[in-house]
Design a protein around this ligand. Structure first.
Ligand code: SAM
Length: 298
């Protein structure tokens, strides 16, 4: 993809963030081929299916994704998305970096979990694999047409403990105060990490769009905070590089919500790992509810 024309403001931003020498290596990654990934579905594919796995490995050239137990890189030309195994839900096609956030959410069977911005369902289906059919997974997508695609993917993957809803985060927050053990917020963002994969994201990028996204993310994070039970875990992720939508958004959130602590952040960079760009922050709410308790139960 050598023909990507990056916006001047974006180039400037990345030089400021990374420094000249690392920025050069970062920009050089735009000349590299993008990576392709799939995630095996543990609801349909057990540890004993070693024979079937060997066939898939051979056919698609599978190589493990280091940060996801069920994740594999595949050979682009093998096109697993067109295979009947895909229609049968044996695996989900997912960009390798995007597999990191749901791993860090660490969902457990029997829990109440919310995926607040869920379509088309990459993270929902990954979380459901961890839940093993036990507990409740609420998958929300604000746009009804995308919620339909989300439902289709949930069905294809054989998930039976998920409910799909299509509501704005503030409407959900009014219904589910302090309800969920874990919340995944894979926020709508400016998509800088997808430039190699998605030319529309390059065309739509602007500094004002970054500011707009950051403000929207803060609003959604506040709604998520209301819905998390004391002691619960909130994972925030984006597929963008700028600090405004990542570290700055999280820092401002922590100031507004002193009952939350930041457990860790992860970034995946295309010039340092085999994957597109991704940011993940893991936040925990104090077990006693802290200063947000009144807001959550009001
Ligand atoms: N988690 C999904 C996955 O892994 O397949 C990808 C989610 S995508 C990064 C962000 C989603 O947020 C989009 O589906 C978009 O429709 C939705 N969205 C857009 N505006 C929103 C808003 N104001 N509140 C909540 N979700 C929104």
């Amino acid at each position: 993809m050598n023909d990507i024309r990056l916006p001047a403001g974006y180039i400037e931003q990345m030089r400021r963030m990374l420094g000249e020498s690392e920025a050069e290596r970062f920009f050089a990654s735009y000349g590299e081929p993008r990576t392709y990934g799939l995630r095996l579905n543990p609801l349909k594919f057990g540890p004993r299916d070693t024979g079937l796995f060997a066939v898939l490995q051979e056919q698609f050239g599978l190589e493990p994704v280091p940060w996801c137990k069920d994740g594999y890189y595949y050979r682009e030309s093998s096109r697993p998305g067109t295979h009947p195994w895909h229609a049968a839900g044996l695996y989900y096609i997912q960009e390798p970096s995007a597999m990191s956030a749901a791993e860090l959410l660490d969902a457990r069977p029997g829990e109440m979990i919310l995926d607040l911005a869920a379509a088309p369902g990459g993270k929902t289906t990954q979380i459901a694999g961890r839940m093993q059919g036990q507990g409740l997974l609420v998958a929300n997508e604000i746009h009804p047409a995308r919620a339909k695609i989300l439902s289709e993917n949930i069905e294809r993957m054989g998930i039976r403990n998920a409910v799909v809803v299509s509501a704005s985060p503030d409407r959900l927050a009014a219904r589910f105060p302090a309800f969920f053990d874990r919340i995944m917020l894979d926020a709508p963002c400016s998509g800088e990490g997808m430039f190699r994969k998605d030319p529309d994201a390059v065309r739509e990028w602007s500094e004002s769009q970054v500011a707009f996204c950051a403000e929207r993310q803060s609003g959604i994070l506040d709604d998520a905070a209301v819905m998390l039970r004391p002691g619960g875990t909130l994972v925030y992720s984006t597929c963008t590089f700028n600090r405004a939508e990542n570290e700055d958004t999280i820092e401002a959130f922590l100031t507004r919500h002193p009952s939350f602590t930041l457990e860790r952040t992860e970034r995946i960079w295309p010039h340092r790992a085999r994957g597109e760009g991704h940011f993940v922050a893991v936040l925990r709410r104090a077990a006693d509810g802290g200063e947000d308790a009144a807001a959550a139960t009001a």
